[in-house]
Design a protein around this ligand. Structure first.
Ligand code: FEO
Length: 170
């Protein structure tokens, strides 16, 4: 059985991952609306990844005898001032997620909950990748400095991203 405080933190994070997915979908819609289909594709895959994160936590809570409670999801922003602003927001959001995962990990350590610690290790590693991916896009966008041809090529490159569910336990 999960301790109540740990259960609550993970269930809150299930909700937050779904909110994260919603933000990425709004970002994808912004990119579709501004004729960046490749960036929109990348963000839609991100949406799928967030749902995957939510469901991975959902299954863990159920497996440990906890109860999932879903809350109202806030509306995401409707617009951003530029393409780069979309990804700067994404990075800021991922850093927020990293902070939340770290807090759950700290609580699990305090409670001597080794199963939760082991479970959360996957998310700790995942957040390193999530932040690095978004940061990489921001750096590329800065390098391109608004070049139409460069943006077109980058957009094409991002259109090839596909969702690959991580293997169980990986
Ligand atoms: Fe679920 Fe992008 O963190």
């Amino acid at each position: 059985m999960l301790k109540k405080n740990i259960e609550k933190m993970i269930v809150d994070q299930v909700n937050f991952e779904i909110y994260s997915a919603y933000i990425y979908l709004a970002m994808a819609a912004y990119c579709d609306d501004n004729d960046y289909p490749g960036f929109a594709n990348w963000l839609k895959i991100q949406w799928e990844e967030e749902i995957f994160h939510a469901m991975k936590m959902y299954s863990y809570v159920v497996e440990r005898g906890g109860k999932i409670v879903l809350n109202k999801i806030d509306a995401p922003p409707k617009s951003w001032k530029s393409l780069i602003a979309v990804f700067e927001h994404a990075l800021e959001h991922e850093q927020l997620v990293t902070g939340r995962i770290n807090k759950i990990m700290t609580a699990a350590i305090k409670e001597d909950d080794h199963a939760t610690r082991s479970f959360l290790n996957w998310f700790v590693d995942e957040q390193v990748e999530e932040e690095a991916n978004v940061d990489g896009i921001i750096k590329r966008l800065k390098m391109l400095n608004g070049s139409g041809h460069g943006l077109f090529m980058f957009d094409k490159e991002l259109s090839t991203r596909t969702f690959v569910p991580p293997v169980k336990g990986a």
